[in-house]
Write a protein that binds this ligand. Sequence first.
Ligand code: ROI
Length: 180
Amino acid sequence: MRLESVSAVQPKETQMHKEHVYIGVGSNLGDSQGKARNAFDAIAKIEDTRLLKTSSLYSSKPMGPQDQPDYINAVCLIDTALKPHGLLKQLQRIELEEGRERKGERWGPRTLDLDILLYGSETIDTADLVVPHYGMAEREFVMVPLFEIAPTMVMPDGKPISQWVANCSLDGLRRLRSSN
Ligand code: ROI
């Protein structure tokens, strides 16, 4: 073995504790497909974070008020050394950079929505962040893209995601071709 290949000091990146985090992406205003792709690019550039997997983009009928455009939805997997609230701050910065206005209207249209769905196996319950994301298991536009990138996942309630997806209605959900 050559001497220089033996190192007691590992590169900084491999020393950091990293968590696997799934992020949901949603948009239904403006160039939604472009916004979703920009979101993936911006997430890949977050400090101490790597973008590991991205789902296809899906078009979906709005959940909630129907007098709004269809959504583009997707999911990605990262690993990150950021703590949950540090990551939340970065995602909110990206939302704002993509032109998101926070009007406080519940279930109204949005330019870009980035939600932490799962943060490792942590449960977080704070005023501004609840993980696992409270509505994910009722939302086929989250679960189907999640299944695409994590087909063997077991959900926090102990059920395999494959079982959930097999039983859900895909009404109004369409996978877009050549999305990434
Ligand atoms: N409906 C769909 N299809 N996709 C979303 O991302 C989405 N996000 C929301 C509400 C308004 C609940 N409806 C949605 O926040």
